[in-house]
Ligand binder design. Sequence first.
Ligand code: PMP
Length: 449
Amino acid sequence: MPELKNEFDCAATLKEGTWWMPFTANRRVREQGMARVLTSAKGAYYTAADGTKLFDTLSGLWCSPLGHADPRITEALRKQADTLDFAPGFQIANPETVRLSERIANMAPAGMDHVFFANSGSEADDTALKIAIGYHRLRGEGARFRLIGRERGYHGVGLGGMSVGGIVPNRKMFATIMVPGVDHIRHPYDHSKVAFSKGQPEWGAEMAEDLERLVALHDASTIAAIMVEPVQGSTGVLVPPVGYLERLREICTKHGILLIFDEVITGFGRMGENFASQRFNVKPDMITFAKAVTNGIVPMGGVIVSSDIYNTFMTGPENAIEFAHGYTYSGHPLAAAVAHTVLDIMEEENLVSRARALEPVLEEAVHSLRDVPIVYDIRNIGLTAGIDLKPAAGKPGARGLAMFERGLKEGLLLRCTGDTISFGPPFISTPEQLRDMVATVRKLIIELD
Ligand code: PMP
């Protein structure tokens, strides 16, 4: 057991590796100590341990569109903690969460009127997959057990989401515990056909037909659901081609397959609408959400479910409970109180429209990098963008890592996956902040080259 010290030394403790950090190159962090510690945040900026102010280019991890330390949210949190700090969700309700379910259902596409709460994107996604399996079973179609995902999809780290996900390192390490009966369609991104596209690419709608290939292979009567991110986020902002999501919807409807949109990143405004489903005008059977609903301040996730699905559970055989699933913190009152304040602020300050208005600013700024020699591709939609750098010879990921490290010195907290830089700035950003962010990135890329 590590020795407890009187005076806490963050750098020393990091070096010891006592905190085994998530999705982290822990060995490298241990060697570098303090360089990566954030100590405070206000508005669109973090402050690092060495005092550097860092622009929050990804809204935390896509989760803080309102920026940080808004006193209205802090007050709501304090007030709720004083009033009802926890309430069990099993058989017992609390007003904040009841009201939140109604509010989220009202924001969702028509006919999606029921919300099941979880605490993270991973939990939301696994919950949705279980709902899909239960739905078919209750309808007497229990043979529909297959779950379909997409290459390069990210649906969290639960066993269901990991299996349906298409992230190679995550899958490789846990190959032996993948959920059985999962298959994948191809992702619709092809650099040779859609490089430097702005918004939705014209090419690629036909990639949705890949689902028909799996139907032909497995037969629709064995397929429960397909889960896709409307915009693939974690793998570098892969934008759905024009007509692609519509085609997926048609194929699902034709074969009785449930369509699940993972809107953990796109939900609550990032596409300039409440949900990407509304931006692309495609209605899924379930929407999963997390992150922005509480501005990342208190964990919360959930699944918005169509009335058809909900009613199937309510009219199925009468068990003690209809859905044997839930979490201690499902519908946590603190998270619900924060969510209300976040949604109030979004409404009062028209932040979803603001995200929409900032989209062309971000688009113009990122595409201005096209002339930089090592920039390989640029994509954008809503308040998101991805910039691929050509990998350095024999060292994939090295340029992304160097950008991250240089960003810390130049006032940017950058998120790089491999050699791709992803942007998802706060909705409260100003056009100048977005242009400055990209100008700094230009300088850093050129220096890197
Ligand atoms: N789905 C998507 C699309 C995500 O981007 C993420 C997280 N980045 C998750 C699920 C998992 O969310 P969490 O980390 O809250 O479990």
